[in-house]
Design a protein around this ligand. Structure first.
Ligand code: AHR
Length: 498
C-alpha cells in the first residue's frame, strides 16, 4: 500500500498524432425516457423558456462544452417518421414508440431540435431511419432541412416558420442496423444496398452533406466482418463509420473496469486498418474517419433484457469511478486523434447522462467534470507521449500500464497538457516528466479529480462532493523535467507552459 513506483512520461511537441477535433466533444439526445421530454424540453415548466427549452439544462449543456448533437436516436430513430414531428404542435400525431415501449407525442421534432442547436451554438447531427423508414423519406428530410429553393418540402419548412435553410451537415445512415434488437434490423448485404441508395438520394438533395455509416453497434459477434463489408461497399459515399461502446464495472473490480482502454484502443486500430484496407490501391480515396457516436458507462439502469422493450428510462446514477472512466475514453480518443474525429457521449440529460433533472432543478453527475475539462483541449494537437509505468495483468488483455496517458499541445498558448489516469486502486505513482524540446516553466497548473470513495455519487442539492480541484504548483526542475506523484485512483491534467 502506498509505495511510489517510478514511471516516465516524455513529451515531444514534434510527435503529433492529429488535431484534437472539436467534434470529439459531441453529445446525443434521444427520444427515450426523460431525455427530451422533461430534460431538454419541458413545456409549461417554470424552468423552461417560451419555446419550452429548459434554461437550466441549456446552461449545464453549455458548461459541458457540447460541440455536436446527435438526434433523434439511437434505437428510436429506426421507427421514427420525421413528418410526424413538424407543423402545428397540437395537430401532430401521438404514436406508440416501438424501440423503447413509450408513447411519442411528437411535440419536439425537427424544427424544435434544430432551433435548440442554434440556441446552444452546437452543430446538429441527424440520424435517419434506416430501419423501418424509406430512402425517399430520408431524401425528403434533407430537402425539408437544407433546400433553399421553393420546393414542396422547403416550402413546408417556411410554412412552419423557418425561411432560411438550416444547413445541417452531418447525417447518419441509420443506427445500429447490425443489431437484432433494432427495428428494421438488416444483414450487411441489405444494409449496404439501402445505405448506398439513401446516400445517393440524400446527396442529390444536398451534395455538401457528410454521411456517417452505421458501423458495428458493439464489439460482439462478427463485428469485424460487418465493418469490413460496410467500408468495402460504401467507401465511395461515406465520410465516417460509426462505432458504439458501453462499458460497466460488472465484476466490481476497479482496475479491470478501467482496463477497458485496451479494448477501445484495439478496436479503433482494427477499424482504422479496415478503412485503410478498403482504400488500398485507390488513387484518390475518399477520406473516412471514425465517429464514436455512442459511448459511455452503462450497465446498471438497463431494465429487463439488455435491449428489451423494457420501458426502462436508463437513469443511470454515476459515481466517482465512472468519472475516471471518462478520462480513459478521452485518452483513447486523443491517442487516435488522426482517425477518431467525432465522438458523442450517450446521452445529454437524464438518460445515461451527466445532467440529471427533476421538475425543480438539476444536479451534475460526477462524470460531468472530466468531460467539460477535456473539452478545453479542443483544437490542440494530440501528442504521442512516451510512457513507461508499472503494469498489471488483466485476464484476456495481457499487461496494462497503471498510468493511462494522453497529451496535447496548444501551439499558440505554448502549453502542453498531460492527461493522466492512475488506475492503481491503492498505488500512488511518481513519474518523471520530461519535455524533449526544452525546460517547461516551474509553475504547473494542476486539475485533479480525486475522491476516497470510488462509489460516491451526487444527488439533488448535493452535487459538490465529487468535483475537481485546481491548483498551481511549483515543481523543482532538473534538466527539462520534474517529478510528479499521481495519487492512487485519480485523474490529473497537468498544464505545462513551455
Ligand atoms: O443510448 C442508448 C441506446 O444504446 C441507443 O438507443 C442505441 O443506439 C444503443 O444501443
Amino acid at each position: 500500500m502506498g509505495q511510489q513506483p517510478r514511471a516516465r512520461i516524455k513529451v515531444d511537441t514534434d510527435r503529433v498524432i492529429g488535431v484534437v477535433d472539436p467534434r470529439l466533444f459531441g453529445n446525443f439526445a434521444e427520444h427515450l425516457g426523460r431525455c427530451i421530454y422533461g430534460g431538454i424540453f419541458d413545456e409549461g415548466s417554470p424552468l423552461a423558456d417560451s419555446d419550452g427549452y429548459r434554461r437550466d439544462v441549456m446552461e449545464a449543456a453549455r458548461g459541458l462544452g457540447v460541440s455536436l448533437l446527435r438526434w433523434p436516436g439511437g434505437n428510436f430513430a429506426s421507427g421514427y417518421n420525421w413528418k410526424d414531428g413538424i407543423g402545428p404542435r397540437d395537430k401532430r400525431p401521438v404514436r406508440p414508440e416501438g424501440a423503447w415501449g413509450g408513447v411519442e407525442p411528437n411535440r419536439f421534432g425537427t424544427d424544435e431540435f434544430l432551433r435548440y442547436c442554434e440556441r446552444l451554438g452546437v452543430q446538429p447531427y441527424i440520424c435517419i431511419n434506416a430501419g423501418l423508414g424509406t430512402i425517399e423519406e430520408a431524401r425528403e428530410w434533407v430537402e425539408y432541412v437544407n433546400e433553399s429553393r421553393h420546393t414542396y418540402w422547403a416550402d413546408q419548412r417556411r410554412k412552419n416558420g423557418r425561411d432560411k435553410p438550416y444547413g445541417v451537415k452531418y447525417w447518419g445512415l441509420g443506427n445500429e442496423i447490425d443489431g437484432p434488437w433494432q427495428l428494421g434490423h438488416k444483414n450487411a448485404e441489405d444494409y449496404t444496398k439501402f445505405a448506398l441508395e439513401a446516400a445517393k438520394a440524400m446527396r442529390r438533395a444536398d451534395e455538401s452533406i457528410a454521411l456517417i455509416a452505421s458501423g458495428s453497434s458493439n464489439f460482439r459477434g462478427d463485428w469485424v466482418t460487418w465493418n469490413r463489408v460496410v467500408l468495402e461497399r460504401l467507401k465511395s459515399e461515406i465520410d465516417f463509420i460509426s462505432l458504439h461502446t458501453y462499458i460497466g464495472n460488472r465484476e466490481n473490480n476497479f482496475e479491470r473496469f478501467l482496463a477497458a482502454s485496451a479494448d477501445l484502443d484495439e478496436r479503433i486500430e482494427v477499424v482504422e486498418g479496415l478503412i485503410r484496407a478498403a482504400q488500398a490501391g485507390a488513387a484518390n480515396p475518399r477520406p473516412i474517419h471514425i465517429a464514436f457516436d455512442e459511448w459511455n458507462v452503462w450497465y446498471r439502469a438497463r431494465g429487463g433484457g439488455e435491449f428489451a422493450t423494457g420501458r426502462t428510462r436508463l437513469e443511470e446514477i454515476y459515481n466517482y469511478e465512472d468519472a475516471l472512466a471518462m478520462g480513459m475514453f478521452f485518452n483513447s480518443f486523443f491517442r487516435h486523434a488522426n482517425i477518431v474525429t467525432i465522438a458523442n457521449l450517450a446521452q445529454l440529460v437524464n438518460v445515461i447522462a451527466p445532467i440529471f433533472t427533476n421538475e425543480k432543478g438539476l444536479f451534475l453527475q460526477p462524470i460531468y467534470f472530466p468531460i467539460a475539462e477535456y473539452g478545453k483541449q479542443r483544437g490542440n494537437v494530440a501528442l504521442n507521449a512516451l510512457v513507461t509505468s508499472p503494469e498489471y495483468e488483466v485476464p484476456g488483455k495481457g499487461k496494462l500500464k497503471y498510468l493511462d496517458v494522453s497529451a496535447s499541445y496548444d501551439g499558440k498558448g505554448k502549453a502542453v497538457y498531460l492527461n493522466v489516469l492512475n488506475r492503481g486502486e491503492n498505488m500512488d505513482i511518481s513519474a518523471r516528466i520530461d519535455n524533449v524540446e526544452g525546460k517547461p516553466d516551474a509553475q504547473v497548473d494542476v486539475w485533479e479529480m480525486n475522491h476516497a470513495g470510488l462509489k460516491a455519487t451526487h444527488t439533488f442539492g448535493d452535487d459538490h462532493k465529487v468535483r475537481p480541484v485546481t491548483r498551481t504548483v511549483r515543481v523543482s526542475l532538473r534538466a527539462n523535467g520534474f517529478t510528479y506523484t499521481f495519487p492512487r485512483h485519480s485523474l490529473t491534467i497537468l498544464k505545462l507552459k513551455l
